[in-house]
Unconditional design. Sequence first.
Length: 362
Amino acid sequence: MRRTRAAGLAVLVAATGAAPAYASPAPSPCDIVRTARHPAVARPGPTPRELTQHLAIAAPYRVVRAAALIALQSPRGDEAIREFIPDGWCAATRRAEEDANRYAHIIERVLGAHSEATSPRVVRAARAARAGTVPEQEAFVRDGLERARAADRADRDADGRAAAALREFDRRYVADLRDRVAAGQQVRVAAAWATRAGAGDGDVVEFYAYSWISAARLDNERHRLDRYQQEMRRLTAIQRLQVDARAAQAAAEAASGEAAAALRRRAAEAWGSVATAGTPEVDTWQRAKQVADEQAAAWQRVYEEALRQESINWQPLTGTARDTRNAWRADITNATERATAWRELVQEALDREQDMRPPADR
């Protein structure tokens, strides 16, 4: 990422004639281009079209090269170039940086779900991509991963030991996961694929080699994302209600006489709304804890089974099953803490509701 950012900045500095300001925070490349475009400070340098042509060839990000090429080929001519420099370039760069973060995340997920014992080509390719440039990471995610997986599978099939080590117990275990609701949606999908009509021993071996753990990590990730997205939506709503409740409370506390009682009732109702809106989040996190409890227990059983088994198909699962169990155990702790935090929020709102009620209403 650092190399690609530096390359992009170098192109823009060359285009504007501006030197880096080492004594102050570096401005955004987008700001540099906007400044250079202003007639009062513009300096000699490439024209916007020349810069666009250069970026279409030399930009380190594929999405930036594509956006530059689209601008160059647009029937709107210079108008499209003006839109690309700087706004289109900035937008394309932001998208590229988001893609780069996604590639890094996928690579880490691949390394966490593949064992060097069963998928050596994938692990080597992923490690090389992790240490490489963004274009190299993109190439790995786009097709390098699948090529490495196919090569690993071909090696396993040619070796034959993993397929020969399969027992009926192993096949039944996969079929059981396919039909077990508590196994997780992605795990069930992976198990169903491994046991589909026409599937062979190679598919079952592949399930044990990486599909199982990869799917399990997706289930865990989805569980976390769903919970945090839900909490973010509810917290946003709660904060608005809290602002209203505090304002109502302040108005009530500043009032006197007959108006005070009505304002206190209004403030009490406002705090009651906070408590009502927050209560479902307590239940949500309690359910999340229950899911995490079940998954952690299930992966503890897988871990214990992997320790008992001597098959080469089970041996790599020892470490990955333990890590997956630990991830769900961390979710148990987190869900407990989040439920407690929301319970405290609700209780505080209830206490304030009670405090704000006029004595005659208590």
